[in-house]
Design a binder for this molecule. Structure first.
Ligand code: SAH
Length: 226
């Protein structure tokens, strides 16, 4: 990575174009859009895919995984609306790009990833950006991260056959969670809200395709591991 990768003007231009594309897809929440201007997505991706870093699409990041489509992540952020007081749990750090966006909006982000190499690469990119309010864990996110519960916001970036109980348990009062639920081929994006003892679920988007959540309370990690 060149020393000027952070400030490279070409990337600034590409980033503006990406924000336009996200806006065209119907996300007009200003605060969310500004975050996309502040995070250099290419830093979170393998150098080989840098030319496509600011396209609004999923991108392979190795280990059979993909970084999610930026406009979908913008949709996540606009629905979850993390505030500076919020504690966030992210399942599936992946590239760490959404982790960085969340870190700029929330008080602290706790992010779990099962692939050690991806977590290490995300840490490097977060350090390069100077992001300090993120804790990363290598492990199975379907059991959450009990030590730091409860969380105001829970973000699941991989598809699950059902909503893992531990994640609902670790949600704070007035907490909200987004998780893609369905088959391996197609999922509904479900918004879970907890108010007191009442938990509600609402499908906010159909026909999504995420990589599978592999773990104790999702699909069998061994059979599906890549
Ligand atoms: N938001 C990320 C999405 C990465 S894809 C990005 O844009 O880069 C989803 C990630 O979830 C993958 O990196 C995958 O390894 C991870 N994952 C799958 N099952 C998991 C589990 N049980 N616990 C933690 N991470 C998991």
């Amino acid at each position: 990575m060149g020393p000027d990768a952070l400030t490279d003007l070409r990337f600034v231009g590409y980033r503006r174009k990406l924000i336009e594309e996200i806006r065209e897809r119907g996300i007009d929440d200003l605060e969310t859009l500004q975050m996309f201007d502040r995070v250099p997505r290419h830093l979170f991706l393998p150098e080989g895919v840098w030319p496509r870093a600011y396209e609004d699409g999923p991108i392979p990041i190795g280990f059979g995984q993909t970084a999610s489509q930026p406009s979908l992540q913008a949709y996540y952020l606009s629905l979850l609306a993390p505030t500076p007081n919020d504690k966030v749990l992210e399942i599936g750090t992946g590239s760490g790009y959404l982790t960085a966006l969340l870190a700029l909006m929330a008080d602290r982000v706790y992010s779990v990833e099962r692939v050690r190499e991806l977590s290490a690469r995300a840490r490097k990119a977060l350090d390069t950006m100077g992001v300090k309010n993120v804790a990363l864990l290598v492990g199975d996110g379907t059991i959450g991260w009990r030590k730091y519960q409860p969380f105001d916001v829970v973000v699941v970036s991989a598809a699950s056959p059902s909503i893992p109980n531990a994640l609902v348990d670790q949600l704070a009062d007035e907490g909200r969670m987004l998780i893609p639920v369905g088959s391996r081929e197609s999922q509904d994006l479900v918004l879970v809200r907890k108010t007191g003892f009442v938990v509600t679920e609402e499908v906010v988007k159909g026909e999504c395709t995420f990589v599978p959540l592999l773990g104790r309370f999702a699909w069998d990690g061994e059979a599906g591991a890549s």
